[in-house]
Write a protein that binds this ligand. Structure first.
Ligand SMILES: [Zn+2]
Length: 273
């Protein structure tokens, strides 16, 4: 059984603030340890369920957050950016299951550090007509590869978001949102134990992917109409209205790095504002 792990940071145990997840934030270095240990709990859980290989993709910001020397040596790590598929780099149909560790809810939700790829510039994302964020997009892309998402960890709003997308996925709430920058935390040891045991149980009872979703069209609404006017110069990207671009899901997913670079060049807003 080959297991793929996509690790984000906003939904990691103990993390609540932008300073926790962005260098040179005051607690960023400690959060890297917390993130690595959440991933390690999932890796232990996967091997206890009979995994024969685990690939971990660092999927947050600079994508150089996980600490290789603290990471369980049974896992392989994809570190750094840019990489063509960003948060799902390395995922292929060969994998039997995917795990989302440290994920967060979509833009507009009152969840810890909620956003969709860019805190200010992206207002909403849709898959076909369903409002989504990074969670739904990860799930739909994995489904397109025939890989089931087995576990998600994050705050309670991230867990709820995935459950509403696919109720069969096991979730581990490691904190309960009070606001976008505050949460009641599950004690660290308890959270890691829950990640480990939930991963083992979920992988031991893997159900094949439910009917692959028919989602084919990805649409992104930007805060600034200036961004779509640049993006529609790219083949396969069309304008739905002044602030929204649309196109084939996998095509647009591959373009996301480029989207973010264009957007950063056109605007200069920091994340999470
Ligand atoms: Zn992130």
């Amino acid at each position: 059984m080959k297991v793929y792990v996509s690790a984000d940071m906003e939904g990691v145990t103990g993390v609540v603030d932008a300073e926790d997840v962005q260098p040179p934030g005051r607690d960023y270095e400690r959060s890297r340890v917390l993130m690595t240990e959440d991933v390690n709990a999932a890796v232990r859980g996967a091997y206890a369920a009979g995994a024969t290989g685990v690939l971990v993709n660092d999927a947050h910001g600079p994508m150089r957050n996980l600490l290789p020397d603290l990471l369980d040596p049974r896992a392989r790590l994809i570190k750094g950016r840019p990489k063509p598929m960003g948060m799902i780099e390395g995922l292929t149909p060969e994998y039997d299951a995917a795990l989302c560790i440290g994920y967060h809810s979509r833009a507009g939700v009152l969840g810890v550090l909620s956003h969709s790829f860019m805190g200010h510039e992206i207002e909403d994302i849709w898959l076909d007509d369903q409002l989504t964020g990074e969670i739904g997009l990860f799930h739909a892309t994995a489904a397109a590869y025939g890989v089931p998402v087995a576990v998600l960890t994050g705050d309670d709003t991230a867990c709820d978001e995935l459950k509403s997308w696919d109720p069969t996925v096991s979730t581990v709430p490691v904190k309960f949102a009070k606001d976008r920058f505050a949460a009641e935390l599950v004690p660290v040891d308890q959270a890691r134990a829950a990640i480990e045991s939930t991963t083992t149980a979920a992988l031991a009872n893997l159900t094949p992917p439910t009917q692959p979703r028919t989602s084919q069209t990805l649409s992104v609404r930007w805060q600034s109409a200036s961004v779509p006017s640049h993006l529609t110069a790219i083949p396969g990207v069309t304008r739905r209205d002044d602030r929204t671009v649309t196109g084939d899901m996998l095509h647009l997913y591959r373009l996301f790095n480029l989207f973010l670079r264009v957007c950063t060049a056109v605007t200069s807003n920091p994340p999470y504002c």
